[in-house]
Design a protein around this ligand. Sequence first.
Ligand code: 5GP
Ligand code: ZN
Length: 123
Amino acid sequence: MDNCIFCKIAAKQLPANIVYEDDELMAFKDIKPAAPIHLLVIPKKHISSLSDCNASHHELLGKMLALVPKLAAEHGIAPVGDETGPFSGGYKTLINTGPEGGQEVYHLHAHLLGGPRPWTLDR
Ligand code: 5GP
Ligand code: ZN
């Protein structure tokens, strides 16, 4: 998709701090973190928002969501109920959808926010 920032990151035409990549997905650090750990998980293929998803996206959405706990663990956020990691108590997973949903970048992405509060997330 022309002029889509996240498509350009997926194509490595724009730099990003990439923390995960496979054939379908990429995860990278948010450029303006709202929490000590703030990652974005995207499909490499352009999908504008969650409102464009349907049953044909079940597998992709499942993979995106299942990647979140793996990334959280890799970034020191212990599984819920486990107090052993540097960070415990869970994390927030967020998909802003549309203007009223606070979406600014129109390429589907899931936020993973975690680490010690305070956070600057106001949504
Ligand atoms: P949204 O409001 O659309 O859910 O969130 C978009 C997020 O993308 C914001 O948290 C913003 O900081 C982040 N972001 C915007 N442009 C870039 C960029 O060029 N690189 C990275 N890594 N993050 C970006
Ligand atoms: Zn895109």
